[in-house]
Ligand binder design. Structure first.
Ligand code: IDP
Ligand code: MG
Length: 166
């Protein structure tokens, strides 16, 4: 089945200059990148992204982690597209706990658990189609994705926006 999945290189991955290594690993999947951007994650976006975990004891630290408070204040957000994209990327990413992840997986190779218990596992990958749709729509506008993956509509908006001065 053709699918799309949200991939984030988390702040620890960027701080440790792992972007190239991680993208090389992901290219093993032969999937297409159909969207990519650097995002400065604010608390609102972080809380929406991880809304299913809001009752977990590690939630507050997780929000700080993904907002970059322990590393760099940015993540690389991408959408990968192709045959069985979700399971292919999840498998390469490895288990959530970097110490339990296969040592050749991305998380197994590059992740760590901090002394305060944060799983710094360098990459996010959507877990299923429902999560992928919710997450892609949260992180990207339709015009930022170069394939027609979900239904869109045109709305007229009269809002201010920042433009280059010349
Ligand atoms: P996933 O990223 O493998 O889908 P989730 O359960 O969705 O795992 O958790 C989201 C993120 O929250 C993880 O990637 C990890 O950074 C963090 N996390 C999950 N479980 C724990 C935990 O038990 N302790 C600390 N951090 C955790
Ligand atoms: Mg998850």
């Amino acid at each position: 089945m053709i699918q799309q999945t949200l991939v984030l290189i988390k702040p620890d991955g960027l701080k440790k200059s792992l972007t190239g290594n991680i993208l090389t690993r992901l290219s093993e999947t032969r999937l297409d990148i159909i969207a990519a951007k650097i995002v400065k994650v604010d608390k609102k976006l972080a809380e929406k992204h991880y809304c299913q975990l809001k009752d977990k004891p590690f939630f507050a630290d997780l929000i700080k982690y993904i907002c970059g408070e322990f590393h760099k204040k940015k993540v690389l957000a991408m959408v990968y597209y192709g045959e069985e994209a979700i399971s292919k990327v999840r498998e390469l990413a490895g288990l959530t706990n970097p110490e339990e992840a296969d040592s050749v997986s991305i998380r197994g190779a590059y992740g760590r658990i901090t002394t305060s218990g944060v799983f710094e596992n360098v990459i996010h990958a959507s877990a299923n189609e429902e999560e992928a749709e919710r997450e892609i729509k949260l992180w990207f506008e339709p015009d930022e994705v170069i394939a027609d993956i979900y239904l869109t509509k045109i709305v007229k908006k009269e809002t201010e926006k920042k433009v280059w001065t010349s």
